[in-house]
Ligand binder design. Structure first.
Ligand SMILES: CC(C)(COP(=O)(O)OP(=O)(O)OC[C@H]1O[C@@H](n2cnc3c(N)ncnc32)[C@H](O)[C@@H]1OP(=O)(O)O)[C@@H](O)C(=O)NCCC(=O)NCCS
Length: 215
């Protein structure tokens, strides 16, 4: 019998599929299965079966099961992952073999690094972080919990990003900039100055979206 763990993935949407595909490529798991409240039990997502919903995902399991929360929404992912950690569940960190993660970087529990991404020396990715396809997190960046660095986004050296913030596709953040918690950096934005909590920014140089557009 194999001593590789079985991976349970919560969330069978597009992000869940990407995580499953990376887990398959890593050859680290004996089997991969999904849990998703919106999918029918016994159905398939890609090559993998759906075994139940979030209630089934949370139940007590044998120690050879590792779990990862693969829900794109940062706040929801953070909440569900923290619940897993509080229960003492084994939580997986999944890294695609075509990603480059420095041995001098730290990846938090339940984080995911996609193909083509780079996490450089001294960088810290918090629990539940997503470093998506082709994104780069340069030296000594510090990312809080459940941060998502979208495909092709780039963080310069020493950038700090607060919990649950989302750096959009192909955005760039100048070295040593600090971004607060629950921030959204729009696709393609170029952030050159510090950003406070809860802001939404777009453009080059990045500017806040006017408040009337928040409704
Ligand atoms: C910034 C963002 C969150 C705003 O979304 P929204 O609240 O739905 O905003 P809207 O689409 O209503 O756009 C509001 C205004 O901002 C502009 N805008 C939106 N996103 C923009 C962007 N990334 N860059 C420049 N302008 C942008 C729109 O053109 C619109 O301007 P207008 O009022 O003059 O027409 C979103 O557009 C975005 O960039 N999301 C990131 C997507 C991403 O990276 N996905 C990766 C998935 S892995």
């Amino acid at each position: 019998m194999s001593d590789r763990p079985v991976l349970w993935i919560l969330g069978g949407g597009g992000h869940g599929l990407v995580v499953a595909d990376a887990a398959r490529a890593s050859a680290r798991f004996e089997a991969i299965v999904f849990f998703d409240d919106a999918a029918e039990r016994g159905s398939q997502r890609g090559a993998w079966p759906v075994l139940g919903g979030s209630g089934d995902f949370a139940r007590e399991v044998p120690p050879h099961v590792e779990r990862i929360v693969a829900i794109g929404d940062n706040a929801r992912r953070d909440q569900l992952l923290q619940a897993c950690l509080e229960r003492g569940a084994r939580v997986a960190t999944v890294v695609h073999p075509a990603a480059s993660v420095s041995p001098g970087a730290r990846l938090g529990r339940g984080s995911f690094v996609a193909a083509g991404a780079v996490v450089a020396i001294g960088a810290e990715v918090g629990a539940g972080g997503i470093i998506n396809h082709g994104a780069s997190v340069d030296h000594e960046c510090v990312l809080g919990r459940a941060v998502h660095v979208s495909p092709g986004a780039r963080l310069g050296g020493g950038v700090r990003v607060g919990d649950r913030s989302w750096v959009g596709i192909a955005a760039a953040v100048r070295h040593a900039v600090t971004i607060g918690a629950d921030v959204v950096v729009g696709a393609g934005a170029v952030v050159v100055a510090d950003v406070s909590d809860n802001m939404r920014l777009v453009g080059n140089p990045a500017r806040p979206l006017p408040p009337q557009r928040h409704a």
